[in-house]
Design a binder for this molecule. Structure first.
Ligand SMILES: *Cc1c(COP(=O)(O)O)cnc(C)c1O
Length: 365
């Protein structure tokens, strides 16, 4: 079978989605499934939908267009506000956008008007992580202005924590968001606002013992795809961590010294890592590189370690000499998954529990 390829177990994704949807439903929270780490894969989105997510969201307009094209029928949300010149394509493919800037609201309004549409806006609020979001003190004014803008509807409010600064979503932030939701309901007459509390980093809070308040939605990517809590990078109990594997082929496997020799400057990607003299080791090269995967985010099988990587070579230490063409399977973290799904050199193999193989992204021979 062709290499390198990423194997995607759609059943694992469906199972993870269903588990999270069930647990969060008990807390009054719906799940928006986030596909951006899979380049907006329609098959992944459909697995999430089978698992019960209410909506699908992605940060890229091209990905949402592909999902629409592929017949994903649930409402689509644009996670990253569109630049004004993208507003037309945004309103054409998404029903809802997360927005924090009045200029983007104006562009969406104009674009929706031209298409005789109404576009839903979730106003993003800054609660300390310092990525997107209007400051709380200014949120009501901007919410009011959105509610008075033609061709857009103020659908609710949201926030995003952890992604930029690692700020942990907790009772304090979620209470602030709930309080703002109450104000927006009371002052602007938004009856049942979407209150989108955050991403996978919110799960520990959402499934804990605290009060969820008015939070009624979480946008989940990493937790569904990898079964991992992004705050700790630990497995979430009851979820599967085996939905993705990257498979590459051995192109050299030789006994070599553990230390390089000769005068040394910088290597291809910056500073030279120091290596300990350990005598002769078995060094195995896999035909995968930084163009295809983040080498710091791969997990080889027990006994094998990643020694180094350059654009196109992944250098491993393996317990035994391997045969050229032999396959090496690697587990992936979020960063490695994102890179692998984005590399045009990595083929895709979709696997169901039944063993069925579905259509490829890149053509698979
Ligand atoms: C990426 C993203 C998410 C999903 O993040 P995960 O950590 O993968 O759950 C949610 N909301 C926004 C705004 C995002 O950009």
């Amino acid at each position: 079978m062709i290499v390198p390829r990423i194997e995607i177990d759609l059943q694992a994704i469906e199972d993870n989605a269903r588990t999270l949807v069930t647990r969060l439903r008990a807390r009054g929270i719906e799940v928006t499934g986030v596909t951006k780490a899979t380049l907006g894969s329609p098959e992944v989105a459909k697995a999430m939908v089978r698992g019960g997510v209410a909506r699908i969201a992605d940060s890229r307009i091209e990905n949402l267009e592909a999902l629409r094209e592929a017949g994903v029928r649930v409402p689509l949300t644009l996670l990253r506000a569109p630049a004004p010149e993208w507003a037309d394509r945004a309103v054409a493919c998404a029903s809802t956008s997360l927005v924090s800037d009045p200029g983007v609201v104006a562009a969406l309004s104009a674009a929706a008007g031209r298409r005789a549409l109404n576009h839903r806006i979730v106003l993003m609020v800054e609660l300390g992580d310092l990525r997107e979001g209007v400051m709380v003190a200014e949120a009501l004014d901007l919410a009011r202005s959105i509610s008075r803008t033609h061709h857009v509807t103020l659908a609710g409010i949201g926030t995003n924590l952890a992604c930029r600064s690692g700020v942990i979503p907790g009772d304090e932030q979620m209470a602030a968001l709930s309080a703002l939701a109450t104000t927006v309901t009371g002052k602007l007459g938004v009856a049942a606002p979407l209150v989108s509390g955050g991403n996978s980093a919110n799960l520990a809070w959402a499934l804990g013992n605290g009060r969820v308040g008015r939070v009624n939605d979480l946008r989940l990517g990493e937790a569904i795809l990898l079964g991992i809590d992004p705050l700790t990078r630990m497995p979430i109990e009851g979820l599967r961590q085996d939905a993705f594997a990257l498979v590459g082929a051995v192109i050299e496997s030789l006994d070599k010294p553990s230390q390089s020799w000769g005068l040394r400057g910088q290597m291809a990607f910056g500073a030279v890592p120091s290596s300990r003299e350990r005598g002769t080791i078995i060094q195995t090269i896999v035909a995968l590189g930084r163009q295809d995967v983040d080498p710091d985010g791969v997990t080889p099988s027990a006994g094998t370690t990643v020694l180094a990587s350059s654009s196109d070579h992944l250098v491993l230490e393996t317990p035994t000499r391997m045969v050229a063409g032999e396959e090496v399977r690697l587990g992936l973290n979020y960063s490695a998954l994102l890179r692998a799904m984005t590399s045009p050199f990595v083929y895709e193999r979709l696997v169901q529990r039944s063993g069925a193989v579905a259509a490829p992204r890149a053509q698979m021979a």
